[in-house]
Design a protein around this ligand. Sequence first.
Ligand code: PLP
Length: 391
Amino acid sequence: MTQKPVYLDANATAPVLPDVQSWLEDSVGLVGNPSSTHRLGRRARQVIDEARAKVAALAGATAANVIFTSGATEAINTVLCPILMDGGDRVKIGRIYASALEHPAVLAGGRLGPRGVLPVPVGGQGIVDLDALDQMLESHDHSTGRPIVAIMGANNETGIVQPTAEAFEIARRHNAYTLCDAVQIAGRLPMDRAADGATGGADFIVVSSHKIGGPQGAGALVAMRDDLAPPPLITGGGQERNHRAGTENVSALGGFGVAADWVSTHFETRDEVKVLRDRFEKGIGTISAGIEIIGENVDRLDNTTLFRLEGLPGETAAIGFDLEGVAVSSGSACSSGKVGPSHVLCAMGMSQEAARGGIRVSWSTANREPDVERALEAWERIYLRLDRRAA
Ligand code: PLP
């Protein structure tokens, strides 16, 4: 009998949580458009309102400031806009200063386009260079409009946590708006601003349902101030209080809410995930000499290992793991369709060849001890094959 695949690619998409699965099965029976005023429509509206409150609680925000979207990519494209509405005024945006580590959705610049983005350099440890950010903002030409500073909470490939609070403090001194891509920290680090959260007191936060165990196709742009919002990206009907037109995906948003609630109340599971991740890291070090774990000595997400072995392309390793029934990724999911160097590792100063070598193993609350064994057995076989080829 073939074994069930082991899924170790949570940073690409986390497995759907059991509570979310139950919700999705039940929600198949829901009918009604949330904009309809009859009782079935009102029931659908209630699902969305409850989800909104749960996502707001996760983000440490007010429910009224959560704009639901189809995912983080849409949320980012919504907020990166040449105009923001601030306290009733239309404020022109000049440039986006984004860490060179950001997800391609940010680096593409949204409605400002890639030419509107100035990448902020990153140090060899995978952390955005705050002095460089300060200097770049110092030279910003305010006659072109106000700047936006975009720094992710933690990187999706390396898991390295970014100094958002310090970066956004610098941004505020330069009269910049701030955006935190919180996709990878949601449910993994506290986000509440009052609790000194990892979103660093940003003006805007983006989150994605499928990264926290909810269904794919749902996300949110969360404004942390009542009077600040971008004009809608998608226009038409008045859904999402005129911020995002189109009939809401009731089932997915309800599932997003269930996931947000679960990860907000099960923080203890993160320690269990760390135990598995650490055992895996120890194991690969024992099996094979010369492993480099990226960001080993800096603040990293507890579920993520990005490692490389000199001379082994990440894509080859990922295929090897796949043949052994273990799903991992080389670099980020979005770029793993095409074999190219990771822009994140390049930004950290690695050569193109070295930046092709990343193997990302990302754990979730669905993993258990035997998954570590299976992953290590797989790695041992991949490594032995390499060794034999080299001999
Ligand atoms: N930001 C980060 C850090 C991500 O890891 C991802 C997905 O890989 C995204 C944004 C895009 O999220 P979505 O798939 O919801 O569009």
